[in-house]
Ligand binder design. Structure first.
Ligand SMILES: [Zn+2]
Length: 93
């Protein structure tokens, strides 16, 4: 086996990161939310990302550059891409 192919109903870390903002907004359908919870229970990396998002969004309502800088490069790039799209969908208050 050269590749780790997830089962159909398993989320990858990238998918989890992409869904995290919806998760925090309570915008996920119950099924997806359950899958995300399942992944988070087993994945320290995604749990850390979720905590980071949760704390940051709770305190500032947005994602600060300093918070992003503390993440590893791959996660940071993924988060930044996700967050840019997320922000782009939201008109400034
Ligand atoms: Zn993960």
């Amino acid at each position: 086996m050269t590749q780790d192919v997830p089962e159909d109903d398993d989320l990858t870390c990238t998918q989890v990161v992409m869904l995290i903002t919806d998760y925090l907004d309570d915008a996920l359908p119950t099924t997806e939310r359950a899958l995300l919870d399942e992944h988070l229970a087993d994945c320290d990396g995604c749990s850390a990302v979720l905590e980071q998002f949760r704390t940051t969004v709770a305190v500032t309502g947005t994602l600060a550059q300093d918070d992003v800088d503390r993440l590893d490069d791959t996660t940071r790039e993924e988060l930044l891409g996700v967050f840019r799209r997320w922000s782009a969908d939201r008109p400034p208050a």
